[in-house]
Design a protein around this ligand. Structure first.
Ligand code: PMP
Length: 395
């Protein structure tokens, strides 16, 4: 059976071209970039070349890129680093109700440290209203953190507008761009951000490496102390292969983005239309147009997402319910609740995320098997029986 992977938002396979570029840095070029000898200088120049590539693609300067272990660290550094650096200026942080847990749990921890948090609501499409940001700002606001694109429903936020608001008031503005990088253009000046998080394994690079963009002049306390790597903004021996792989992956994603995003959007729309056309009471979550080209999140009313996932898995199809990080809990996704779904409907939601190796045939296969899976599960569903017996749903 051919396996079909539709969980690219959870992680992507590394592109073989990325691996090719990384391999020599495990063996031949293994020196510590902080060493003065030629072994170290060799890897140091590779790290600096990678920094130049990544910064160039973002419209940033090389020394504005701090390599870290992934976006969880980047988000923690951005939030805690700003909070602690600007503590004397204020204690108020604005964020949204649909952030990734690496942001929401960090602000929850900061709340315990005495920071005041405003969690902005979103509309039914998962969109933050820039006016709400404006209204939430007070004289103690030191940081705004709103993600660029949501990992569950794919909604793309009006980051440039929010950036302008933050800039006018000299408030540090952070965006988690993990899901947008490599899929849609990301330029730090166009978005007007001071801090931006990225994770290489989401754009066909290696896992366990990422970066934080830090605009020149942004006050930030380091999370990790030790050596003076990354200009003392992040101590620890550089992950040279990972950093080289990050640059290679970013370059490849950038080169193919225009074409690939159109290709994926066509497949995404075919998938959405195919599913909602063939399955009754299946509704799309997220914004109809301001959404990532590779994301289709659909609620299948009256049944459990977990059961759909298991049935799909038996057909060799991998998708996701909630985000990968939360799918081991039975709590419905905070994102789906924030857009106004009931617990039941939130529980019946599946995220399909497409990627570089998704084909027409893959999408056709999902459209072929899903209606049967949903019907079988609905036959067993008490919720569904209740609805049909009340004549609410006619079949
Ligand atoms: N932010 C978002 C929006 C994500 O989707 C993820 C990964 N699920 C992260 C942050 C965390 O990234 P990492 O896996 O690199 O820690």
């Amino acid at each position: 059976m051919k396996r079909i992977y539709l969980d690219y938002a959870a992680t992507t396979p590394a592109d073989p071209r990325v691996i090719d570029e990384m391999l020599p840095f495990f063996t031949e070029h293994f020196g510590n970039p902080s060493s003065v000898h030629s072994f170290g200088q060799e890897t140091k120049s590779a790290v600096e070349a990678a920094r130049e590539t990544v910064s160039g693609l973002l419209g940033a300067a090389p020394d504005e890129i701090v390599f870290v272990s992934g976006a969880t660290e980047a988000n923690n550094t951005a939030l805690k680093g700003t909070a602690f650096a600007k503590r004397d200026k204020g204690n108020h942080i604005i964020t949204s109700a649909i952030e990734h847990h690496s942001v929401s749990e960090t602000v929850a921890a900061l709340k315990k440290e005495g920071f005041r948090i405003t969690n902005l609501p979103v509309d039914r499409y998962g969109m933050v209203d820039p006016d709400d940001v404006k209204k939430a700002i007070d004289e103690k606001t030191i940081l705004i953190s709103i993600m660029h694109a949501n990992n569950e429903i794919g909604t793309i936020q009006p980051i440039a507008e929010i950036g302008k608001i933050a800039r006018e008031r000299s408030i540090t503005f952070h965006t988690d761009a993990v899901q947008s990088l490599g899929h849609i253009p990301v330029n730090v000046d166009d978005l007007d951000v001071d801090l931006l998080s990225g994770s290489s394994h989401k754009f066909y690079g290696p896992k366990g490496v990422g970066f934080l963009y830090v605009r020149k002049g942004t006050k930030l306390t380091a999370l990790l102390f030790g050596g003076d790597q990354e200009k003392r903004r992040r101590a620890g021996t550089h992950n040279t292969p990972g950093i080289v792989g990050t640059a290679a992956a970013a370059r490849i994603a950038h080169e193919s983005m225009a074409e690939e995003s159109v290709r994926e959007a066509v497949l995404r729309d075919r998938l959405i239309k195919g599913i909602t056309g063939a399955v009754q009471d299946a509704s799309l979550n997220g914004h109809p147009t301001m959404r990532l080209p590779n994301n289709a999140n659909i609620s299948f009313h009256f049944i459990e997402g977990e059961s759909i996932l298991l049935s799909l898995d038996m057909e060799g199809i991998a998708a996701s319910s909630g985000s990968a990080c939360t799918s081991s809990t039975l709590e419905p996704s905070h994102v789906l609740l924030a857009i106004g779904l009931s617990h039941e409907v939130a529980h019946g939601s599946i995220r399909f995320s497409l990627g570089r190796w998704t084909t027409d045939e893959d999408v056709a296969r999902v459209i072929e098997v899903l209606p049967g899976i949903v019907s079988r599960l609905r036959v067993m569903s008490p919720l569904f029986a209740e609805r049909t017996s009340h004549g609410i749903v006619q079949r």
